[in-house]
Design a protein around this ligand. Structure first.
Ligand SMILES: *Cc1c(COP(=O)(O)O)cnc(C)c1O
Length: 225
């Protein structure tokens, strides 16, 4: 099947209120163009350099999603054009994004990334850390940031019960934060969870945004870059 067919099959199989992000990291501009041509306007990348190059080469009505770990010194290169940053894992990073968003005269959409998996390597806040930040006056002062919701990555395991519980945990963090900090804020509406192997399970647990790479573009070839 072609990339476009894969995209359409997945798009048609998920609820219309769930945003499907085509994760195009490591894949060439031509592959993105194929999926763009049948209507996809949400693409995800995890490396700043690659994101910049693809943004420059491709149509400007694409919504670019930064889904990988973001270093503060690279923030200024993407804020002028990026649609949504999924990987906020510190107050320091948010402060830097706010500074660049002021310069770019925009409000930058961001998701708070949560540490929900058992693996040591995953970035993100714990619920307690996020609550502490959201309570702080320093956070209040970030005028050019729009917190859209939460993001998380489940453990890399075949055990569906483990994955399901991690998604439920993220959904409950979203609910608690909504209740405590964003009750009258309609911007706070996004739960980004689910990848090729687990997006159906994620949607069942309340995901509103899935990030799918391999099931659209095939396996990534890192040596090809
Ligand atoms: C690569 C990546 C994805 C997509 O993974 P697939 O298993 O290829 O669908 C989703 N989210 C993040 C954060 C990623 O880095």
């Amino acid at each position: 099947m072609s990339y476009a067919q894969n995209y359409i099959r997945i798009k048609n199989s998920i609820p219309t209120n769930v945003t499907l992000i085509a994760v195009s990291k490591t894949h060439p501009v031509e592959a993105i163009e194929e999926v763009y041509s049948i209507g996809c306007r949400h693409f995800g990348e995890n490396k700043v350099q690659e994101l910049i190059q693809k943004h420059a080469a491709l149509p400007k009505d694409i919504n670019w999603h930064m889904i990988g770990h973001l270093q503060t010194n690279k923030v200024k290169m993407i804020v002028p054009f990026v649609h949504l940053i999924h990987s906020i894992d510190s107050f320091k990073l948010l402060g830097e994004i706010n500074k660049e968003a002021v310069k770019a005269q925009k409000k930058q959409n961001c998701l708070l990334q949560f540490y929900i998996a058992q693996e040591e390597t995953k970035f993100g806040f714990t619920k307690e850390e996020a609550i502490e930040m959201l309570h702080s006056p320093q956070f209040e002062s970030l005028q050019n940031i729009t917190i859209k919701g939460v993001m998380g990555m489940a453990s890399f395991t075949d055990d569906e019960t483990v994955v399901k519980n991690e998604f439920l945990n993220l959904k409950s963090i979203f609910n608690d934060l909504k209740q405590s900090f964003f009750i009258n804020n309609t911007n706070f509406d996004t739960i980004s969870m689910g990848m090729s192997g687990d997006y159906e399970l994620a949607i069942e647990q309340g995901s509103t945004m899935v990030r799918v790479g391999t099931s659209i573009f095939g396996t990534r070839n890192y040596s090809n870059k």
